[in-house]
Design a protein around this ligand. Sequence first.
Ligand SMILES: [Zn+2]
Length: 597
Amino acid sequence: MEQDTTLPRWNLDPIYPGFSSAEYSDAKSEFQKLAADFERHCATPPGAGAFRTWLLEALRLSNTAGALGETLGAFAYTSYSVNTRDTTAMNELNAVEEMALALRRADVAFKNVLAANSQEAKALAASDPAISIYAFFIEEELFLQSRQMTPELEDLAADLNRSGGDAWSRLQESVSSITGAIWDEATGERKTIVQLRALAFDQDRAVRQKAFKKELEAWKTVETPIAAALNGVKGCTVSLNKRRGWDGALDKSIEQSRISKKTLDSLILAMEESLPAWRRYLKAKARLLGIPACGFYDLFAPVGGASRAYSWNETRDVVVDTFSAFSSDMGDFAAKAFREGWIDAEPRDGKVGGAYCIDFPRSGVTRVMCNYEGSISSLSTVAHELGHAYHAWVLKNEPYALTHYPMTLAETASIFAETVVFEDALKKVAGKERLALMENHLQDGAQILVDILSRFHFENAVFERREKGELSPAEFSELMVDAQKRTYGDGLDPEALHPYMWAVKSHYYRTELSYYNFPYAFGQLFGLGLYAKYRKDGPAFADTYRKILLETGRASAVKVCSNAGFDIETQDFWRSGVKVFLDQIEEFERLVAAEVF
Ligand SMILES: [Zn+2]
């Protein structure tokens, strides 16, 4: 195999040539001025007959200030994330966040002026050509206004959040980042939680088991501060939601997701319905591994060395070719991203783990960060993140206010891109290699459908209990294990569940974003639903697909989906996405039964 000696680092210069450049400092001054202008504008409600002019100016300021603020924040964050020792980047990130507080205040005031003129705002949204593109945005702002406190209280909440909810969230982050365990008594070698968790992918079951045991012991030593953090975050969320008139955290999350309760119920039911198949998959996997039953530490176990390695150039070619086979627009986009240094793929000291795609709306570009290690999952991650990047690319000429999509639709483009690449790879292999590839895919599927469902049940239970008071670490663990039993069922050894998953997942520690779980399942199944439609409709689907992405910032998820011909309020729609997995599980079971391994 051709060996890549270097993996690419991204080029941020076209955005700003460094923190000390004139371009960057000018942009910061401009942002400060725009944010102040926007705040002043919103603090001065329009006189009689002047609402239309006021609204247009407010939208202009909101769009320009928002796009610039996000671009500056993204620039600081990207710089920081590839070198976490870069204190300048960290300071710049804080400075931009500080400046953005003015935007938050302006936003509260904007919603209030809008609400005070709601009749006229709705009339303009219905008939005025310059404003009607904002119809959904205006409607949503009016709704959110009905769910906000007075400007003074919102200001206080935003201010206190930095030493309240956000501080609890940082505590979880910092405590887990310094927690670890002695790995080797003889040498005194210590491993961090991240290192221990990475061993879940090890070939050797004894290593996985040992790492799991060490990980649980490590969590045990810090369960008290982490439980305090979770109590703090959930407590803040419960109080603020009540004050703002939400009917609980789930109610708010449904609204943030731009879906309906009916949609969520149908999705959850379809997920529940798929559980028996997932348990069969886990049993087949146990057979493949030659063990009586899978424990939590076997979920990511590799099933044989049949899967091949991909060089960076191969990854580029696979992604560009498969994207191009779907649509030339998407293929050209990916080629541009590779060619122009949009991707930082090289793992190195000081760089954060994982992968992400980040948007620079002012510059109309994105950047992708990943830690490439040559496996099929690395390839899939690159495709996934470039899917996000393509979504942003499609939206790049939209007014900033119309580029925000809910978390439910945030994963549509990424899952779709990932699926296109996966299906192509699957077509090319047979036997052992096919088995390994399928297992890899099902592994991810089990996370997104089974594990996510356990997280959903857990969060429900936590909110219910937190309303009444604080929970002890033991209670959190008990709820977690209950949720895992409910979803994994007899697919996993009940003695080998993970009671500390509540400490692991940082998603639980965000005050403004509860239930950051079911949107993943939504995105996965919706992405698969789109892929099934592409297979049926062929190349003609590429245009529809682009339109769907373009609409994600302009309408509710229910509307975006119904325009694409899907009724997401019915269970049948979700079943069609689930079926893609069910078919694979059946084939996987057949291959295992035939002892293809
Ligand atoms: Zn994603």
